[in-house]
Design a protein around this ligand. Structure first.
Ligand SMILES: C[S@@+](CC[C@H](N)C(=O)[O-])C[C@H]1O[C@@H](n2cnc3c(N)ncnc32)[C@H](O)[C@@H]1O
Length: 256
């Protein structure tokens, strides 16, 4: 019997101006489904066995290794799920005991994380940001874009913590104007709203908070925007690689 291959789209192809324009009946929880959680847990196992690194963990490990030469640091992993980034990063850290990993996520995700991830004395889960006392690195991977007001969150967090570094990765950003679309869940035609940012505006917003860009990179992950016209593509070639940005607080130093 021949199988028919269905080309599952990543987004629903509809363009909205903001999260509140997305009809409520199209919204579904996609991050805390049983299959999503099992997927993260099996990836964690794979990460612990993997020897090589992705660019994000390599860059983050270098930064953390530089910083922890002279100080103990706290990383705030915003939208960090079950702390999967720490699991993939840990073995590349030279002074593990100088790093505290603080994951902030939704109440639902934090409930699951506290139940499923146990026995790590450097990993803490929070559903209230007030519980986090310190953040030297503010880190986002594939999470900035799923926040309704990302620039407000960035502003509030920088005022609260004055992090030395802001590290964003897996960011859909390009020459397009800012827009919102719906990332579809694997099972149905519903999903979670997601920003596709205008890169220049995003970078200027962070600059205005007193941070300078020190690194910018394209990642080995592509955003499937095949069901959008040209003006909604992130680049002219329609390649749409997710992007990463590292910012340093003006006046701060990462010592060598
Ligand atoms: C695509 S996942 C990325 C997870 C993780 N950062 C990683 O790279 O593996 C997006 C994450 O953002 C979280 N999230 C969604 N809305 C959020 C919100 N309003 N505040 C905090 N986290 C949120 C989800 O629960 C999920 O863990």
């Amino acid at each position: 019997m021949s199988e028919i291959k269905v080309d599952k789209k990543q987004f629903n192809g509809v363009v909205y101006s903001r999260f509140s324009d997305v009809p409520v009946e199209s919204i579904a929880s996609i991050f805390v489904t049983d299959s999503a959680i099992e997927g993260i847990l099996s990836k964690c196992k794979w990460y612990t066995e993997r020897v090589t690194q992705e660019e994000v963990t390599a860059k983050l490990a270098l930064l953390i290794n530089l910083l922890t030469k002279s100080e103990r640091i706290n990383v705030l992993d915003y939208g960090g799920g079950l702390g999967q980034l720490l699991i993939s990063l840990e073995k590349h850290l030279l002074s593990k005991n100088r790093v505290i990993w603080e994951v902030f996520d939704t109440e639902e995700m934090i409930g699951i994380a506290k139940e499923r991830i146990k026995g790590k004395n450097n990993l803490f889960f929070h559903k209230n940001i007030q519980e986090v006392k310190k953040a030297d690195i503010l880190f986002f991977r594939q999470s900035l874009q799923v926040l309704e007001n990302p620039v407000k969150i960035l502003t509030d967090l920088t005022h609260l913590f004055h992090p030395k570094i802001i590290f964003m990765s897996g960011v859909p950003a390009g020459k397009n104007e800012d827009y919102v679309s719906l990332v579809l869940s694997a099972q149905e035609n519903k999903g979670h709203p997601c920003w596709i940012f205008n890169e220049e505006r995003l970078l200027s917003s962070v600059n205005r908070l007193g941070y300078s860009l020190i690194d910018k990179f394209s990642e080995n992950i592509t955003i499937n925007l095949s069901n959008f016209p040209d003006k909604f593509q992130m680049d002219d070639e329609r390649k749409n690689h997710a992007r990463g940005y590292i910012f340093l607080r003006e006046g701060a130093e990462v010592g060598l």
